[in-house]
Design a binder for this molecule. Structure first.
Ligand SMILES: [Zn+2]
Length: 448
């Protein structure tokens, strides 16, 4: 791999605005067709050597055949789509311009590539393909099959990854390891933990939308009933807001503390390492630590849309709201729905919930986990692997039926500011960090 060419390929992918929209009919699918052309141009040897198929019209599935078909395969995932950049005028650099700033000549240490998707998730997609292309040039062939799965609607509905998982399941593919985006190499992830941690998602929360509905007989607003549909709906939302879900330290959070405790000095480290009996203290600290840490220990809920009424002087015939829920592992869509019915405590409010169940917790031992963490340790000996339960959703949730070894980790060092720019204005990646990620994927593929 020549560094400059590799960076040029990543930049070419950033320049294609593969924005996915919640209403799929509003997505510009021609951008995805162009993205496939750019991939074929930029990674010619991958496209000449791997089998490629399209699933659900736009999701890309590549198969790199290994030497031994009897070995369980490796699945590497990333997604092609990106979040709408929003108000382009507030970006300092064009979100689809792939501009590079910083001192290129100073060994890349300060060079930064700007644009939507530089981290989420074309950074991973390009790094996986770069590593594959490089190994193909070196005439490497993996022992096991390697599948690359690049979804097209991760940011909206995840239908592409779900179709790819169903197709692979129908072919009897039972992978050793599934690796998707999620965690990263970070500092300051946990108070007191020293140095860089490689945080690896071993589960993720479920996602659901609760629909609250109230219907009533309409009429003139001069003769109203005791409580209107809008009033009843507002009371239901107020009751949901007043009763947060109980806080609980999941098995994933316990494993995170136990692992990070090995790098945490003093009293904090003692508390982390003895999580079996300090769990109540740690749980309380996370609840107090702000919205981000509180979300790690409880199912969250927030009303996101509300509609009702049809005229200023008519009794509303219907009122409805959406409450978005993020479900902690150990709970389920049904247990959350049942709890909300009891919290709302009003038979005239209909409560319906659909969405994705929380992912099962993946093991922190076994061959899939060992392949992942031994690769990380050898490429980045200073980075401590730390399992955790992530609050955001990924396409990998569709693959938990194929293996228990599903992990969420992109091998890039990201600062707090870089993580904050995901899905926001000013997304960017340091080129040094990206190139280290390419090295990680290359080593993982060498061991596959
Ligand atoms: Zn993503």
């Amino acid at each position: 791999m020549t560094t400059e060419r590799a960076i040029g390929r990543l930049a070419a992918l950033i320049r294609v605005p593969t924005v996915s929209r919640a209403d799929a009919s509003e997505t510009d699918w021609s951008a995805f067709a162009r993205f496939r052309e750019v991939l074929a141009e930029q990674f010619p040897i991958v496209h000449a050597s791997l089998d490629r198929e399209l699933v659900a019209e736009h999701t890309l599935l590549y198969r790199w055949r290994g030497r031994d078909a009897s070995l369980p395969p490796l699945i590497l995932m990333a997604h092609q789509d990106v979040v709408d950049p929003g108000d382009v005028a507030s970006w300092e650099h064009d979100p689809f311009g792939a501009e590079i700033t910083g001192d290129w000549s100073a060994g890349l240490a300060t060079a930064v590539l700007h644009g939507r998707g530089t981290i989420d998730d074309k950074g991973s997609l390009a790094a996986i393909l770069e590593a594959t292309e490089t190994l193909l040039v070196a005439r490497h062939q993996p022992a096991r099959d390697v599948w690359l799965v690049f979804g097209h609607d991760e940011e909206t509905h995840g239908t592409g990854a779900r179709a790819a998982a169903a197709l692979l399941a129908s072919r009897g593919v039972a992978p050793l390891l599934v690796l998707d985006e999620g965690g990263a190499i970070v500092e300051d992830a946990l108070p007191g933990a020293q140095g860089q941690l490689g945080v690896i998602g071993i589960t993720e929360k479920g996602v659901g939308n609760v629909r609250l509905r109230v219907a009533e007989q309409g009429g003139h607003s001069s003769t109203p009933p005791a409580m209107s549909a809008i009033g009843r709906l507002a009371r239901a939302i107020a009751r949901i807001d007043a009763k947060p879900f109980p806080a609980r330290l999941t098995a994933a959070a316990r494993r995170m503390f136990a692992a990070a405790g090995r790098r945490t000095p003093g009293l904090r480290g003692f508390l982390y390492r003895n999580v079996a009996w300090t769990a109540p203290l740690l749980r309380a600290a996370l609840v107090r630590g702000g919205a981000e840490t509180a979300a790690m220990v409880r199912t969250t809920r927030v009303a996101t849309t509300i509609n009702g009424g049809h005229a200023q002087n008519a009794i509303p015939e219907r009122a409805e709201a959406t409450v978005n829920v993020r479900i902690l592992p150990g709970e389920s869509l049904e247990s959350v729905r049942a709890r909300l019915v009891s919290v709302v405590d009003d038979p005239l409010v209909t409560v319906e919930l659909d969405g994705w169940e929380p992912a099962p917790i993946s093991p922190t031992d076994g061959p899939g986990w060992e392949l992942l963490v031994s690769t990380l340790r050898d490429v980045r000996p200073d980075v401590l692997p730390v399992p955790y339960g992530q609050t955001g959703a990924t396409d990998s949730r569709s693959f938990t039926g194929l293996t228990s070894a599903v992990y969420r980790f992109a091998p890039f060092h990201l600062t707090i500011a870089e993580r904050a720019a995901l899905h926001a204005i000013g997304e960017q990646i340091r080129l040094k960090s990206w190139l280290e990620g390419v090295e990680f994927y290359a080593e993982l593929l060498r061991r596959a």
